[in-house]
Design a binder for this molecule. Structure first.
Ligand code: F6R
Length: 241
C-alpha cells in the first residue's frame, strides 16, 4: 500500500486527478471505477478542468460507479446517479452509453447486481478504481461485518453510515436504508486502486488502516491484500499516522 500525503484537500484532489488522467492518457479505452461522496468532488472538478482545457479526452472511456442507494429514482438529487452527472458526467465528453451505475430504480436488485458484475467482467475489469472511505472503514457500501460479500449485491446501510449521510438529506429518516454496491471482490479485482482520505474526521480511520491489520470489521483494511493501492491523504487526515 503506497501512501502519499499532500498538504490540503485541493492538493489531494489534484494528485488524484493527475493519477486518473495518466491512466486515461496511457489507455484511452480505460475502464474507470468511480465513487461519490464529498471526498472526490475536488478531483472531479480538476478532471473537468483538464477536459475543458483539452488535455483530457473521455470519449473512449467507460465508467462504473461503486454504488447507489436502493430504491431511489435517478432524478432524485440525492441519488448517486444525479451526483455523478452534476459533478462530472455533464461536463465531460464520456458517452452516455459508457456510463454505468447500479440502477437504484430497478425492480429486481438481484438480477441488477448480477448483470452489473457481469458487465464489468465482460469489459475486461476495472483499470483504476477510485475509493473514498467511511468513518467506520466502509468502502463502497461494504459495511463492517463478520462476513463481507464478494460480488455486487444489495446491502443494508449501517446506523453510522445513515447518520453520516444524513447531512445530504433533510433528516436521517430520509436516508434510504439499503444500497446496491460492488462487493469486496469486485473492488479487489481492479488493476489499481486510489483511496482518497481527507479531513480531520477521517484521521482515526486512516490510523486504523495503517496499523496494517486485516479485518472484515474495517473493510478498507482488506486493501492491504491488493498489489497496487495508492492512498492519498491530506495532512488533516494523516494527523494521527
Ligand atoms: C460512495 C462510497 C462511500 C464513500 C464514503 C465516504 O460512492 O462508496 O464509500 O466513499 O462513504 O464518503 P465521503 O466522501 O462523503 O466522506
Amino acid at each position: 500500500m503506497k501512501k502519499i500525503i499532500a498538504k490540503t484537500y485541493d492538493d489531494v484532489s489534484k494528485v488524484g486527478a493527475d493519477m486518473l488522467a495518466d491512466v486515461i492518457r496511457n489507455k484511452p479505452r480505460a475502464i474507470i471505477g468511480l465513487a461519490t461522496g464529498s471526498t472526490p468532488i475536488g478531483m472531479y472538478k480538476k478532471l473537468v478542468e483538464y477536459h475543458q482545457n483539452k488535455t483530457l479526452d473521455f470519449s473512449q472511456v467507460t465508467a462504473f460507479n461503486l454504488d447507489e442507494y436502493y430504491p431511489i429514482l435517478n432524478s432524485n438529487p440525492q441519488s448517486y446517479h444525479y451526483f455523478m452527472w452534476e459533478h462530472l458526467f455533464a461536463h465531460i465528453n464520456m458517452k452516455a452509453e459508457m456510463i454505468n451505475l447500479p440502477n437504484g430504480q430497478c425492480e429486481d436488485p438481484q438480477a441488477e447486481c448480477a448483470a452489473y458484475e457481469k458487465k464489468i467482467a465482460q469489459m475486461g475489469g476495472i483499470d483504476v478504481q477510485v475509493l473514498g472511505i467511511g468513518n467506520n472503514g466502509h468502502i463502497g457500501f461494504n459495511e463492517p461485518a463478520s462476513h463481507l460479500a464478494l460480488a455486487t449485491h444489495l446491502t443494508s446501510l449501517s446506523k453510522s453510515t445513515i447518520e453520516a449521510n444524513a447531512r445530504f438529506f433533510s433528516s436521517a429518516a430520509e436516508v434510504p436504508t439499503q444500497a446496491l454496491t460492488m462487493g469486496m471482490g469486485t473492488i479487489m479485482q481492479a488493476k489499481s486502486i486510489i483511496l482518497l482520505i481527507t479531513g480531520s474526521n477521517k484521521a482515526a480511520v486512516a490510523k486504523e488502516i495503517f496499523r496494517g491489520q486485516v479485518t472484515t470489521e474495517i473493510p478498507a483494511s482488506l486493501l492491504h491484500l491488493h498489489q497496487n493501492v495508492t492512498v492519498l491523504l491530506d495532512e488533516a487526515a494523516a494527523a494521527l499516522l
